[in-house]
Design a protein around this ligand. Sequence first.
Ligand code: BTN
Length: 351
Amino acid sequence: MLCRDHFVFWAHLLFNPAIVFLPGHRVDVMRKNQTLLSILSDGEWHSGEALAQSLGVSRTAVWKQLNRLIEPGLAIERVRGKGYRLQGHLDLLDHDAIISLLADSARRRASLEVLDKVDSTNSRVMQFERRGGDDVFICVADRQTQGRGRRGRVWSSPAGENIYLSMGVRLQGGFSALEGLSLVVGIAVCRALESLGLKGAALKWPNDVLFNGCKLAGILIELQGELEGAVRVIVGVGINVHMDRVDAAVDQPWVSLDRAAPSVTWRRNEIIAEVVNQTLEALAHFERAGFMAFQDEWRARDGLLGASLHTEPENLQGVGAGVDSAGAYLLDTADGQVIIRAGELSLRRSQ
Ligand code: BTN
């Protein structure tokens, strides 16, 4: 029998902007010469001969590859007698480095794909899931051409600057286990960034990571379907790391890790591995214990607690009172406490 509560629950999932059902997308992968770049990324001088030897190619081939790197704008110095040197700092994505930094439990479960370019890492993982897929499939890309944010927004995804990470996981318990999921991922991202040296990250319900009120990271959870009691979930995480300017698509105050914690040398491979480690661990706990086990920590990280807020689009006025044991937001209004669900409303600070 389909009772009203079932209907409300399904409606909540279907209309929850943090949880979206969608079809797979075409993946466009561009290969580039990662090995030469990896060698040069140390910023040291390398002779043409040494480069040719390391790559197992001729010096002419090295020279051609270098020109291909210089063309799109990489500053490579050439000095007779010294060789080649990359100017400035390059924080390259590296498949093996990420794998080596994963916890044993994560490494056993996951397969990882590192791409130079993709439409959206969430779409890529979605495509993989449709073919069957490992226990956990992870995709990271240096840039996205159609990065997606919540509520149909564009997620600005320039090359070389940030983290665009998606994880395809199966959660036991079917759709009914999903309430609170995106909030738990927010906690995992905060834990990861803190373990690498960030202080003062906060959460904005349902799942933005903030620093000093500015957006540092966003989370997009998409569902693919149900299979034998488990639900397939794509967890997409975008983190601003080195970005120091953005295109016009970004319509809210933002911050990068470089600015939030300038004394830390932020390395994308380390951040990715730590976010994966923390997320898989948190999701395993969430599967066993539900959101209730995370409620206190979420409340402690709540960036809107005690703030004057209003909802959009209804313009309900109130004061932030934290999350309940299912992950819904509580707003103290003049008429009493109102429960806000992600599918219905979004929260804004009142001026
Ligand atoms: C938001 O705050 O609106 C959510 C942003 C989520 C962006 C990430 S980047 C990796 C993954 N791929 C996407 O297309 N989106 C998510």
